[in-house]
Design a protein around this ligand. Structure first.
Ligand SMILES: [Mg+2]
Length: 254
């Protein structure tokens, strides 16, 4: 084994979700960006979906909005145009929205970066909106500009992981193996996304309770980013065989 390989084996990639994980609040503008952009591109007003989009990716949410409002959700060109408009709308209006970094997140990210972890995003947010949110919350400096985002040409969240890994390899020159990759999120969809890709997950309570999250068997549940010792212990431990790997059938459709 050459020196480079042995070094790379120790490198870990942390993929953070945004809403409900690193940030609280501020969703109003994101929702408005959907509706304003649909109106602009499809020429008709639209109503938002009447179920929770927690953990869904923007492309998936947009298609659901289009279906609900009887617009053509199969028109990829228009869907892409709408996602692009959303990013521009969000950036143009983000000055009047306050989304706050979750307490302890800044300190946690700072320490993890200092410890040599590679930090990226895996989020349902369209990329432009994602980085705007990070910038507005002052969290942008902790990230290497890599990850996978909700405007990618995929149907659902688990398909974002291979994109994130490939971008991370391009950015760092390191091929991260599944045992060295973690998702940090706040919903069952984040945990399922990790499990379907055979990677590990840490989940923060708030959007869902501990009792709700535990059913999906994340590798660690935290109530706050102040639980830094537990976080680092999980990140530095070898992967264990998770009984939850067998739950994928049950989890499908969540
Ligand atoms: Mg979230």
């Amino acid at each position: 084994m050459n020196k480079k390989n042995s070094l790379d084996e120790n490198k870990k990639l942390l993929l953070f979700d945004i809403d409900g994980t690193l940030l609280e609040g501020g969703l109003y503008l994101h929702k408005e960006a959907f509706l304003k952009s649909v109106k602009k591109v499809f020429g008709m007003p639209a109503e938002f979906i009447d179920f929770s989009p927690n953990g869904m990716i923007d492309r998936q949410i947009l298609k659901a909005i289009l279906k609900k409002n009887h617009h053509d959700s199969s028109n990829t060109e228009k869907v892409n145009q709408t996602l692009k408009e959303m990013g521009e709308y969000y950036a143009a209006h983000s000055y009047d929205i306050k989304s706050n970094a979750v307490p302890g997140s800044r300190e946690c990210l700072s320490l993890l970066k200092e410890m040599g972890y590679f930090i990226g995003l895996l989020t349902g947010n369209a990329e432009e909106i994602a980085w705007q949110k990070m910038k507005d919350a002052g969290l942008e400096p902790f990230f290497t500009k890599m990850g996978a985002f909700g405007d990618a040409m995929v149907e659902e969240r688990p398909q974002l992981v291979p994109i994130a890994l490939s971008r991370a390899e391009k950015e760092t020159g390191i091929r991260f193996t599944p045992e060295n990759v973690f998702i940090i999120g706040d919903t069952p969809r984040d945990i399922i996304c990790a499990k379907k890709n055979d990677i590990r997950s840490i989940c923060i309570t708030g959007t869902f309770t501990r009792e709700e999250l535990i059913k999906y068997h994340p590798d660690l549940i935290i109530d706050s980013f102040n639980e830094i010792e537990a976080i680092i212990k999980t990140l530095s431990s070898p992967p264990k065989e998770s009984p939850a790997r067998q739950l994928t059938l049950e989890m499908d459709g969540i």
